[in-house]
Design a protein. Structure first.
Lengths: 314, 472
């Protein structure tokens, strides 16, 4: 297939995934900040929402204070924020238009309808909490519909695999970023036994990757920070864990390699990351330093993006 | 202006036979039901994303072309005549182009004046002596047809470069069949859906000799910001070919390749929707980023077929248009089946004098204009506009032609105050490959939605209709 087509499919999936992740982040932050201050401590949750979205620096060029109004506006609707939800959907549609021939009509319809709704219903942003909740649900549903129609209607060929690569690379990045910002509340040596403060922090993390219920099914335990870390990093049964993302990335890259009859640096690099995840346990990671581990992962993950681009997309 | 010929109603209250069943159906269908389906149709168009861009409008860069749900109907007999005329005309266009870029018999015979060719900016000297496979230059032609009475079909304009609109022919039919199955059940409408197949086989049939195996065909688009981008993606999809932009292609050793995820892949035929000027920055406009550097040398080497060929503009030029009846006679030795609109060539002093004296009744067009821009419709223009135009004409008479204002035929159309007659034209699409010329029964009917308006261009408030050819 055309390199440009593959590139658009890859970015299309990334933008949709990113939009959903931002919606989940806002949702989780709203919940935490609704609690009395005694439960969440002194951290500014809106500030960490900006950090997990990776847009804190650009935010402060426009705004003075990270409060609900400003951050929700910046993450959701701002035209100045290249990865606001609005811009993600705009970019997703632009990419869809340029690769319409590679999309199924269901996928196109999902993105195009979302784009139409964005203008028809959400052009002025949201004015109330109810509105905002509706908007966040709309974004999550768009992503679910897109993902579902890709899964159910696309031919299993390179178009599908490149789109999956975009999705899993973005997802791994998002999960890693939450861990990067919140790693300090996951450290076991801080001698808390699950006080109310951290409990809400942990559940907020899980919520933003839609893993709160999953946690209980997997561990059948109360929330424990190292288990939260284990779930998000190493547990390959959780779709948003780093391990699961890399299972998928290696599988999709291998399928491309088989179809094209040739492997390359992308396959090798992805396999390397996957092996490392597979042979790690939380003890080692904590000893090595969670923060270092995560930062290394984020670098490796974006390196994979560059390698894929060089090998296939240009 | 005379009362226009109505394609449904005969003055005195009778109906033309092709419309009888439609009239019965309309009588049985309550206006609300019609209105409801009209809204449904609009919703479908928007959801599918059948939009076009209007240049120079900051707002609403994507617009819908209004769709009128009342079909325009033609009898099989009428179509047979039209089809014959279209094939004749396109055969002549192709022979004319072959001649202009080779022997130039028609110039020697003094049928067409030399300077009209050689001083014409759309004449491409690069094409002199260039062989094109099977001598086909115009693979896809859109011939704009109007009617003024029950007997004749008149050619308003030949489009031999990159005619657009065929996606509307196909999508209008899809939507009509979805929304009006009951109406279809009462008619035998000739299908249009084989157009993509016929286009693909025409394109494959003209692959260069150096092709090995099955020819690879690609559609070259200027990109998502082009006004016809939807159509480009639609056609690429229906044909199952890659939709490429200039940056996806690269020329190596005079062969054209596309960049794919598996490396470079040779392309044999390019259905290009990019104008000549932008095709190759090394040959034409150096500032073009839409084209492919070196494409013309690959073309000259005979390793790529471009459809349509380079330089076809010389055949659909409005100045050449007035010579078309003679061109048909010259190459085919036949009388033209399709009529021309009587045309005054402002380059000729006698004609110019007449035009200047009668500006208020004439339509004056720029020789190189298109899309309905830069034209004067005398009867609808203000005094000041006419005077301004008079100055333009005097300054550069060779840039203009003039025609009488035609009373274009009308068809019943949905309006705010119920069904009313509106002026229409028709663009059928004529395909030519190695095995000859075909026309899918139908075309794009454009309708001027404003009462009394004669301008059907989508960029100026025109709409479209589904065009039915009855299979009798």
């Amino acid at each position: 297939m055309l390199s440009r087509t593959a590139e658009s499919l890859y970015w299309l999936a990334r933008y949709v995934e990113r939009a959903e992740y931002l919606a989940r982040t806002i949702d989780a932050t709203l919940r935490v900040t609704a609690l009395p201050a005694a439960y969440i401590g002194k951290t500014n949750e809106w500030d960490s929402a900006l950090l997990t979205a990776g847009v804190a620096a650009s935010f402060y060029q426009t705004y003075e204070e990270a409060n609900e109004h400003n951050v929700v506006d910046y993450l959701s609707f701002s035209a100045n924020n290249p990865s606001s939800i609005r811009n993600c959907i705009e970019s997703a549609r632009l990419n869809s238009r340029s690769v319409r021939t590679a999309l199924t009509s269901e996928m196109w319809d999902t993105i195009n309808s979302a784009w139409i709704d964005l203008q028809a219903v959400w052009s002025k942003g949201t004015s109330t909490r109810e509105d905002l909740a509706k908007f966040l649900r709309f974004v999550q549903e768009t992503s679910l519909r897109f993902d579902g129609s890709a899964y159910r209607t696309m031919l299993r060929n390179d178009a599908y695999w490149f789109s999956r690569l975009g999705l899993h690379l973005e997802r791994a990045d998002n999960t890693a970023r939450i861990l990067d910002v919140k790693y300090h509340v996951l450290l076991p040596e801080e001698e808390h036994v699950g006080g109310p403060l951290d409990f809400y922090q942990w559940s907020s993390i899980l919520r933003s990757v839609s893993a709160l219920t999953a946690y209980h099914w997997v561990y059948r335990e109360t929330l424990k920070p190292w288990l939260v870390a284990d779930l998000l990093i190493l547990n390959s049964t959780l779709p948003r864990s780093l391990a699961s993302c890399y299972d998928n990335l290696t599988r999709n890259l291998d399928q491309i390699g088989v179809a094209y009859g040739r492997q390359g640096p992308a396959q090798r690099h992805a396999r390397g990351i996957r092996n490392r995840l597979e042979h790690s346990n939380m003890n080692d990671i904590f000893q090595h330093g969670v923060h270092e581990f995560i930062q290394e992962f984020i670098t490796d993950n974006s390196r994979l993006g560059e390698i894929i681009t060089k090998q296939y997309l240009i | 202006m005379a009362v226009a010929f109505d394609e449904m109603n005969i003055p005195g209250g009778e109906l033309r036979p092709a419309y009888e069943e439609l009239a019965r159906w309309l009588k049985e269908t309550p206006p609300e039901a019609l209105e409801y389906r009209r809204q449904e149709a609009e919703l479908l168009f928007r959801r599918i994303g059948i939009t076009f861009a209007v240049y120079g409008e900051a707002e609403s860069t994507e617009r819908l072309i209004p769709f009128d749900v009342i079909p325009r109907i033609m009898s099989g007999k009428e179509w047979t005549l039209l089809e014959k005329g279209l094939k004749q005309r396109v055969r002549a266009l192709n022979m004319f182009l072959r001649d202009i870029y080779h022997g130039r018999d028609i110039l020697r015979a003094e049928i067409v004046p030399d300077d009209l060719i050689f001083q014409n900016p759309v004449f491409r000297p690069e094409m002199n002596g260039q062989q094109v496979p099977h001598d086909v230059y115009v693979h896809i032609a859109g011939i704009d047809i109007v009617r003024v009475d029950a007997n004749d079909f008149i050619v308003l304009e030949d489009n031999a470069r990159t005619p657009s609109g065929v996606s509307y022919m196909l999508e209008n039919r899809e939507i009509m069949m979805r929304l009006f199955p009951d109406l279809f059940a009462r008619h035998r409408v000739a299908p249009v859906e084989r157009y993509p197949d016929e286009l693909l086989s025409a394109l494959r049939s003209v692959a260069p000799q150096s092709t090995s195996g099955e020819p690879t065909v690609a559609l070259l688009t200027p990109g998502v910001y082009n006004s016809a981008y939807y159509e480009h993606s639609f056609l690429a999809d229906k044909l199952g070919i890659e939709l490429v932009e200039g940056s996806d292609l690269i020329v190596k050793n005079n062969e054209v390749f596309m960049r794919t995820t598996e490396g470079l892949k040779r392309v044999d035929v390019i259905y290009r929707r990019v104008d000549d000027d932008f095709l190759d920055p090394l040959t034409f406009r150096p500032d073009s980023v839409l084209g492919v550097p070196g494409l013309m040398s690959a073309y000259a080497a005979g390793n790529i077929t471009l459809a349509n060929a380079v330089g076809t503009g010389i055949a659909d030029d409005k100045a050449i248009y007035s010579y078309m009846p003679d061109i048909v006679r010259f190459y085919l030795g036949e009388e033209p089946i399709l009529k021309n609109v009587p045309t005054w060539r402002c380059r000729e002093p006698k004609d110019l004098a007449y035009v200047l004296d009668n500006l208020g009744e004439l339509v004056v067009k720029e020789v190189h204009g298109s899309g309905g821009y830069g034209m004067l419709i005398g009867p609808a223009a203000t005094k000041a506009t006419i005077e301004a135009f008079r100055e333009k004409l005097k300054r550069e008479p060779e840039g203009f032609i003039a025609q009488p204002t035609l009373a274009l035929s009308t068809c019943p159309t949905c309006t705010a105050s119920g069904l009313a007659p509106r002026h229409v034209d028709l663009r059928p699409f004529v395909l030519t490959g190695s095995k000859g010329t075909t026309v899918v029964p139908g075309g794009l009917t454009r309708v001027a939605l404003k009462e009394g308006s004669l301008v059907v261009n989508s960029s100026q408030g025109g709409g479209t209709k589904d065009t039915w050819i009855l299979d009798e």
